[in-house]
Write a protein that binds this ligand. Structure first.
Ligand code: AMP
Ligand code: ZN
Length: 141
């Protein structure tokens, strides 16, 4: 199992640094974010040290993501949350501060005041077609 001794989440996985764990399986663990955006804000992380989602194979991603519905259900049933955001940052430019892959599960309630900038744009002439050709080509679709 790959591990980075300088990585804070690897040190949580090994038990070297304590956390408030709520769930674990052979692939990962869920614990309370130390700086919660909302009561019950969870992090779901792989046991292995990987940095970004695209470092995983499809099979590893499937194994890792399998408990996400269960974690979401617990939020709705127990907290209770009316909804939740699953947020997963890849790369510093995307807001990733801990370079060990993690999913945020952030409980949401009406009027909680949480939000983020979301200003939709528009594609200029030919851009959507160019993107379909480039991304679709790379994806073999
Ligand atoms: P990100 O910006 O997506 O990399 O988020 C990293 C998250 O890890 C932040 O929400 C931090 O509050 C959280 N975090 C950092 N260290 C710890 C820790 N020791 N225990 C729990 N959560 C942590
Ligand atoms: Zn790590």
């Amino acid at each position: 199992m790959s591990r980075d001794p300088d990585c804070i989440f690897c040190r949580i996985v090994s038990g070297e640094i304590p956390c408030h764990k709520v769930y674990e399986n052979e692939h990962g663990l869920a614990f309370l974010d130390v700086g919660p955006l909302a009561d019950g804000h969870l992090l779901w992380i792989p046991r292995e040290h990987v940095v970004a989602l695209d470092d995983l194979t499809e099979s590893q991603a499937a194994d890792l993501c399998r408990p996400l519905p269960r974690l979401g259900r617990a939020m709705r049933d127990v907290l209770p949350a009316e909804g939740y955001n699953v947020l997963q940052n890849n790369g510093r430019v995307a807001g990733q501060e801990v370079m060990h892959l993690h999913f945020h599960l952030i409980p949401r309630t009406q009027g909680d005041g949480l939000g983020y900038r979301w200003h939709p744009g528009r594609y200029g002439p030919g851009r959507a077609e160019a993107l379909v050709a480039a991304l679709g080509g790379a994806l073999g679709g």
